[in-house]
Design a protein around this ligand. Structure first.
Ligand code: MG
Length: 250
C-alpha cells in the first residue's frame, strides 16, 4: 500500500532527511586511509544521536551497524568492522538514515578514499549522475518505470550494469515502504507517481556484470565478478511542482 504524505508529514520527512544528509556528510569527512569501517560507524551513530535522532539502520532486520559501509566490490549492506581498514584508492559507499519524530530519511554516497583511479572516478560520476537522471523523472503523471529506465539508459550507455536484486522504495513512518523503485525498467510502466509520494531512489551500479551474491554473514552483497560497485541515494518527495530532494543538509 502506498501512503501519500500530508504537508505536515512532509515537514517531518524533510527534517529526517536533513539529519540523514548531515550524517552522511559527517561520515564522508572522516574517510581516510587507515580508518576502519567500525570507526566510521561510530562517527555515524554519535552524530545522529547527538542530533536527537535515531540511526534507523541499527537493528533493522538485525543489522548490527548504524550505517552500511561497502568498500570497492561490495555493492551494499557492508557490515562495519574493525577488520576493514580503508586504504588509498578505495571507494567507500556509505548508506545511512535517521529517524526523527517517527519519520525516516535514507541516503547514500560513494566517497573516494584519497586518490582513486580514473576508472573508479568514472563509475562514481556516472552513478551519481544517473541518480539525478532518475530524480528528474520523479514528477506527477510519470510512472515508476520512467525513473528506472532513465537510470538504466544513462549507465548502460557508459558500459556499466544495473543491480536487479535490490531497489529503491517508499519512505515514511517506515524506512522501507511501497512502492518498489527499480533502477531499471520501461518508460510508461508501473505505478503512477502522485503528489505526496516520498521515495528513495538509489542506483547501485557495477563496473562489470550486474550479478551479485550475498556472503555468509547474510548481509554483505558483492559483485559476482569482483568488479567495483557504486551507490548513490536521495529521499525525494513528489510534489505538484516536481521532485524535491529531502536529503539535503540545509
Ligand atoms: Mg534506501
Amino acid at each position: 500500500m502506498i501512503v501519500l504524505k500530508t504537508s505536515r508529514e512532509l515537514v517531518k520527512l524533510r527534517e529526517a532527511g536533513r539529519i540523514s544528509a548531515l550524517a552522511l556528510h559527517t561520515v564522508g569527512k572522516a574517510i581516510e586511509p587507515g580508518v576502519t569501517t567500525y570507526e566510521l560507524d561510530r562517527v555515524a551513530r554519535q552524530f545522529i544521536e547527538k542530533c536527537g535522532a535515531r540511526p534507523n539502520f541499527l537493528g533493522y532486520g538485525g543489522f548490527p551497524g548504524s550505517a552500511c559501509i561497502s568498500v570497492n566490490n561490495v555493492v551494499i549492506h557492508g557490515i562495519p568492522s574493525k577488520k576493514i581498514v580503508l586504504k588509498q584508492g578505495d571507494i567507500v559507499s556509505i548508506d545511512i538514515g535517521a529517524e526523527v519524530d517517527g519519520y525516516n530519511g535514507d541516503n547514500a554516497y560513494t566517497f573516494p578514499c584519497g586518490d582513486i583511479s580514473a576508472q573508479a572516478q568514472a563509475l562514481l560520476d556516472a552513478t551519481r549522475e544517473s541518480l539525478y537522471e532518475g530524480i528528474a523523472m520523479a514528477k506527477p503523471g510519470n510512472r515508476i518505470g520512467d525513473i528506472g529506465s532513465a537510470v538504466q539508459r544513462y549507465v548502460e550507455a557508459r558500459g556499466y550494469s544495473v543491480v536487479r536484486e535490490f531497489v529503491g522504495h517508499g519512505v515514511g513512518t517506515s524506512l522501507h515502504e511501497d512502492p518498489s523503485v527499480p533502477n531499471y525498467g520501461k518508460p510508461g510502466r508501473g505505478v503512477r507517481l502522485m503528489p505526496g509520494m516520498v521515495i528513495a531512489i538509489e542506483p547501485m551500479i557495477n563496473a562489470g556484470t550486474k550479478s551479485v551474491r550475498v556472503l555468509e554473514d547474510g548481509w554483505t552483497t558483492v559483485t559476482a565478478d569482483g568488479s567495483l560497485s557504486a551507490h548513490f541515494e536521495h529521499t525525494v518527495a513528489i510534489t505538484p511542482d516536481g521532485p524535491v530532494i529531502l536529503t539535503r543538509p540545509e
